[in-house]
Write a protein that binds this ligand. Structure first.
Ligand SMILES: NC(=O)c1ccc[n+]([C@@H]2O[C@H](COP(=O)([O-])OP(=O)(O)OC[C@H]3O[C@@H](n4cnc5c(N)ncnc54)[C@H](OP(=O)(O)O)[C@@H]3O)[C@@H](O)[C@H]2O)c1
Length: 329
């Protein structure tokens, strides 16, 4: 099969399109013929082996598996003998949180991981783009006790995480203020944001309104800068580690100093429950309450260009990789 291979950590230029052996599912796995995948920020981080701590999962000195790729959509082509939850011919999609396998014509994944059948109302491409950003977005939301009508500011509302966060927050009944670029105002409005701040014209940290939660889904702010915008008891969460990895340490410090800072705190959104995220996304797609934003599409053969584009940090939503199967093995 065709696959994109990387045997060391590095820039997109180390990626090679190669012919490799087809994977064989073990007793607990399904074999998937991949029709669409994505290049997302999880993949760019895995390619570079950054942050260094992530190498505990992805491999200390080189990627522990040579084929990267986390989101996928395709057709089940084989099942291990212990698998009863999927059958050959099922259209499936999901997110392989260990970051490997989907940048290839075929992949295997354990049937008890984060995959499910594709709703009938969407394409492989749409399905593939629906999981990574939504998983991280849901892992902001499930860290707080969000009540209907509470005010949430989403910075970076046009990224994979941000565009999913706006849609999920609206589904859960929040009042959403979204921060984005001028060119994406209509898009963010169409996703249901109640108020939009154009970061090209205004600094959202000068905002007079206060928020119960601030989700910086693009990691461009800091707890200190957002503190005045939080209601008493408010919570700040960022997708990035921040200056000197402060977003890892602040959750330990803010509970101690909270009487001095109006009972406000920050939480690190450690992602958990990947299966729950994928099942939630499926339910919302079926209810027409979630639609992944797709920016660009590239064929598998041009994945290096896709990585280079995604690494710029300027994609709108998601970048899809399409896979054509010429010799259907
Ligand atoms: N380490 C990991 O495994 C991992 C995994 C996933 C995500 N993350 C982190 O999570 C963050 C978000 O990921 P993502 O996939 O959602 O990002 P993304 O899709 O790459 O985000 C890009 C979006 O952010 C917007 N943006 C850029 N600068 C902005 C600013 N100053 N204010 C508001 N919006 C701005 C861009 O809009 P314009 O360019 O149009 O203005 C673009 O739409 C990234 O920082 C990434 O490093 C890390």
């Amino acid at each position: 099969m065709k696959a994109i291979v990387s045997t060391k950590y590095g820039s997109p230029d180390i990626l090679e399109l190669k012919e490799v052996e087809n994977p064989v599912p073990n007793d607990h796995e399904v074999l998937i013929k991949v029709f669409a995948t994505t290049v997302n920020r999880t993949d760019t981080a895995t390619l570079r082996g950054k942050p260094f701590l992530a190498r505990l999962v992805t491999g200390m000195f080189k990627p522990k598996k040579p084929i990267l790729g986390s989101e996928f959509a395709g057709k089940v082509e084989g099942v291990g003998k212990s698998v009863s939850s999927f059958k050959i011919g099922d259209n499936v999609f999901g997110f392989n949180e260990d970051g490997f396998g989907s940048h290839a014509e075929y992949m295997t994944i354990s049937a008890d991981k984060a995959l499910t059948t594709i709703p009938e109302n969407i394409s492989y491409e749409q399905a593939a783009a629906s999981t990574e950003g939504a998983h991280y977005a849901y892992n902001f939301i499930n860290k707080v006790d969000l009540k209907r009508g509470q005010k949430v500011l989403v910075n970076g509302a046009t990224g994979a995480i941000g565009s999913a966060a706006v849609q999920l927050l609206k589904y859960f009944g929040a009042n959403v203020t979204a921060v984005c670029n001028t060119k994406n105002i209509d898009l963010v409005k169409s996703q249901g944001a109640d108020k939009i701040i154009d970061y090209m014209k205004e600094d959202f940290t000068k905002e007079k309104q206060k928020f119960n939660f601030i989700f910086d889904t693009v990691g461009k702010s800091s707890f200190a800068k957002c503190l005045p915008l939080l209601e008493s008891g408010g919570i700040y969460i960022s997708s990035d580690l921040g200056y000197m990895a402060q977003n890892i340490f602040l959750p330990l410090i803010t509970p101690i100093i909270k009487p001095m800072i109006g009972n406000k705190k920050t939480i690190f959104p450690m992602p958990t429950d990947c299966i729950g995220s994928v099942l939630l996304v499926k339910e919302l797609i079926e209810k027409a309450r979630f639609k992944a934003v797709i920016d660009r599409k590239y064929p598998l053969e041009e994945i290096v260009e896709a990585y280079k584009y995604v690494e710029k940090g300027q994609k709108t939503g998601n970048v899809v990789i399409t896979i054509e199967h010429n010799n259907t093995a």
